[in-house]
Design a binder for this molecule. Structure first.
Ligand code: MTE
Length: 312
């Protein structure tokens, strides 16, 4: 994500050159050394970590090729672990994703506080392969493992006042040292309308590629909303609160002209500093056209009657 600076250019927000340098480095034979230093890396480059019991597999990326594990786990935005794309993978060792307690509270009849592993075991885990689109104009295809957030919301029984769902990342500078710097206001927060949160495409993910989530991808629990820009996918969640009022969101707080509450992928609404019409799929050279709602047009009815230009 682009840190807010008025003079910033697209190339700085999407440091492709850095990325290519790292790949060259791997090709030069440093993969073994990196695998020791980088959590979530295997010498062979395949998935590592504890396997999860996946009950069902669904591909919702139109047959597009998966982005390799190594790319998904080494090109990340997680400002609590550094602001460069390569920082989270290198620094994720400070995050201790277990034991981990999650609270679901606010406008609900049955609030819950429980261990993350007890939480996901309440639901059959699904592998859902989604296209993911970052506001910085790059994208990936990722096989997440998780369960629909809507299934959890049904269990806690929202009251009639519940209109929004607010999410909060862990606030602990010992585990997330980036929180010692005021790059964003901490903790990282995000929000959805309750109908968006309940949509069957909205996942709470606990894994990817059949394994538990690595720290850099938001262990142990993160949000995945495939029709929205990646910044909505809040990582390392400790609290989910149902609210009557629209909650604040981290990027909107920082730069409201650049990041709206909705964050829907809309190729026709440019970011103030670059176009959103095309995207670079990580691992590909030529840019491809960005699809409205990232291709998940079944959600369009959620926004009927609203100005699509205001939904960025
Ligand atoms: N969550 C927290 N807590 N902190 C962050 O900096 N970055 C967001 C989102 N969730 C972020 C976060 C952004 S900008 C993106 S693009 C996605 O995480 C990246 O997810 P990934 O690294 O798993 O691809």
């Amino acid at each position: 994500m682009a840190r807010w600076r008025p003079d910033m250019k697209e190339a700085e927000a999407t440091p492709e050159s850095l990325w290519l340098r790292r790949r060259d480095f791997l090709r030069l034979g440093a993969a073994g050394a990196l695998s020791l230093a980088w959590p979530g890396r295997s010498a062979a480059g395949g998935p590592v970590g504890v396997p999860l019991p996946v009950a069902k597999r669904v591909t919702l990326a139109g047959g597009e090729a998966l982005t390799p594990w190594d790319d998904v786990t080494s090109y990340n935005n997680f400002y609590e672990l550094g602001t460069d794309k390569s920082d989270p993978a290198v620094r994720a060792g400070t995050l201790r994703p277990r034991p981990w307690t999650v609270t679901i509270d606010g406008e609900v009849k049955r609030p819950l506080t429980l261990d993350v592993d007890a939480l996901w075991k309440r639901f059959p885990l699904e592998e859902r392969t989604y296209r993911m689109r970052c506001v910085e104009a790059w994208s990936m295809v990722i096989p997440w493992v998780g369960f629909p957030l809507g299934d959890l919301l049904r269990q806690v029984e929202p009251t009639s006042r519940a209109k929004f769902v607010a999410f909060q990342t862990l606030h602990d500078p010992a585990q997330l040292p980036g929180q010692r710097r005021a790059v964003l206001e901490w903790p990282y927060v995000e929000g959805l309308r309750i109908d968006e949160a309940s949509h069957p495409l909205t996942l709470l993910a606990v894994g990817l590629y059949g394994r538990v989530l690595p720290g850099q991808n938001g262990a142990p629990l993160r949000l995945v909303v495939p029709w929205k820009y990646g910044f909505k996918g809040v990582k390392s969640i400790v609290r989910i609160t149902l609210t009557e009022r629209q909650p604040p969101t981290s990027w909107n707080r920082l730069a409201p002209r650049e990041y709206g509450f909705h964050g829907n992928v809309n190729p026709e609404v440019d970011h103030p500093r670059w176009s959103q019409a095309r995207e670079r799929r990580i691992g590909e050279f030529l840019k491809r056209k960005t699809l409205p709602f990232n291709g998940y047009t079944e959600v369009a009815s959620l926004y009927a009657g609203l100005d699509p230009k205001a939904l960025y």
